[in-house]
Design a protein around this ligand. Structure first.
Ligand SMILES: *Cc1c(COP(=O)(O)O)cnc(C)c1O
Length: 416
């Protein structure tokens, strides 16, 4: 593509374009960080008002029943389920990814321990999002039963690493830094051939790429709602456990919301028979209510249409960076093959941090990940082709004029 007009023409022909109006987007911002925090659905402000002003202020304690608060984690789970190939009553929206990982990983290890106690290895990738590894490390220490975390440096090492002593393989479907996407069906099959269980982290997949957990036969999954699902900052995450495992999966955070009859006030814990056992305690209703506004936008389209546009956006971005910024030291770290690419594109630059700060100062918001990675997320519900064009022109300008050298762009905040 050589002209901005061509991008405008793609937008004019884009069947998803009208959905952009359903988001409260800041003017003068090109937002390429929906992979980290989605933008607010336009309906969210009104929903927050209703939850606080009517359900909380007027309904008070009655709203646990009358406003459907108590059943909300399950109801939202059912609304989310089709986006990830899950069945009815297989998903709950609750807690954080970190906490849900602790729950499902614990449950999977317990199940494997009953079946085959010599399986004492959890396999994952060194490049996984750190919290996933931290949770596994903390759990291993807590269990104190000789478990080991085996990390590979490259996906190609997975077949050799998944040996007959492996209990669980815990993989993030789309890598948060590089955007590399695993073949979930093939890897799940390989994991099962070795008698291990497949735990998938869908943080960068849910709402970003088509996922079909039941058709690939995965064993459990977690994901969040504040990235591509636009649920809001810190909105609750989700856990998926298929019907075939639910009664065998025992999780250790046995709080009262996961009890089969929470209000029986029984002194003895008895897990809910279904997915409800993955709840723990009282959930944040104001935040959780907004998750629905994000999910409702997805009901108006489907993941195939989203995937098609996502690939077109990342293809265009990669092409434009490589043609219009070719004299600068930018190196693509995202796979070119569609089958291996999620919905973001990352480039390394030796001064990546400063370059990103200079872009953000101009209203082109992506983010930076150690080491040296400029990360740009593409969210087909609201990203336009012309945004891609304009973002690359800003990048070219920042690099050509070296505006990133201004001292203020070297200052680091707590969140990068
Ligand atoms: C974003 C992300 C998380 C976040 O975990 P929280 O506990 O919800 O903060 C976890 N894992 C991966 C792979 C992520 O990308």
């Amino acid at each position: 593509m050589n002209q901005r007009d061509e991008a405008l023409a793609l937008d004019a022909a884009d069947p998803l374009a009208p959905l952009r109006d359903q988001f409260a987007l800041a003017p003068d911002v090109i937002y390429l960080d929906g992979n980290s925090l989605g933008v607010p659905p336009a309906a969210a402000a009104q929903r927050a008002q209703t939850v606080i002003g009517a359900e909380w202020a007027q309904g008070l304690i009655r709203s646990w029943n009358t406003a459907g608060w108590f059943s909300l984690p399950r109801r939202l789970g059912n609304k989310l389920a089709p986006l990830i190939g899950a069945a009815h009553n297989e998903v709950v929206v609750t807690d954080t990814i970190s906490i849900n990982l602790f729950k499902v990983l614990s449950a999977a290890l317990r199940l494997q321990d009953r079946r085959d106690p010599k399986r004492r290895v959890i396999v994952s990738e060194r490049s996984n999002f750190p919290t996933d590894l931290y949770i596994a490390q903390g759990l291993i220490k807590q269990l104190n039963r000789g478990y080991e975390l085996r990390l590979v440096d490259d996906p190609s090492e997975l077949p050799a690493a998944i040996t007959d002593d492996v209990a669980v393989v815990m993989i993030t479907h789309v890598n948060y830094r590089t955007g590399y996407m695993h073949d979930m069906a093939a890897l799940t099959q390989l994991i099962h051939r070795q008698g291990a269980l497949a735990l998938w982290d869908l943080a960068h997949s849910a709402g970003a790429v088509p996922v079909d957990l039941n058709s690939v036969g995965a064993d459990c999954a977690v994901g969040c709602t504040y990235k591509y699902l636009n649920g809001g900052p810190g909105s609750p995450a989700f856990a998926w456990v298929p019907h075939r495992h639910q009664s065998d999966f025992e999780q250790p955070l046995s709080g009262w919301w996961g009890h089969r009859a929470p209000f029986a006030m029984d002194p003895t814990y008895a897990a809910d028979e279904g997915i409800g056992r993955f709840l723990c305690g009282t959930q944040p209703m104001v935040s959780m209510a907004l998750v629905e506004c994000g999910l409702d936008v997805f009901l108006q389209t489907d993941m195939q249409a989203i995937r098609k546009k996502s690939l077109a956006l990342t293809d265009l971005f990669i092409e434009l960076v490589e043609t219009r910024c070719n004299e600068f030291p930018l190196k693509l770290v995202t796979p070119r093959a569609h089958s291996q690419r999620g919905s973001h594109a990352s480039f390394e630059h030796p001064r990546g941090y400063e370059v990103m700060q200079a872009l953000i100062a101009r209203g082109v918001i992506g983010d930076y990940r150690e080491p040296h990675v400029l990360r740009f997320g593409f969210t087909p519900l609201y990203t336009r082709y012309v945004d891609v064009w304009d973002a690359v022109e800003h990048l070219r300008d920042v690099l050509a004029h070296e505006t990133w050298r201004a001292p203020e762009f070297a200052a680091r905040g707590a969140v990068t």
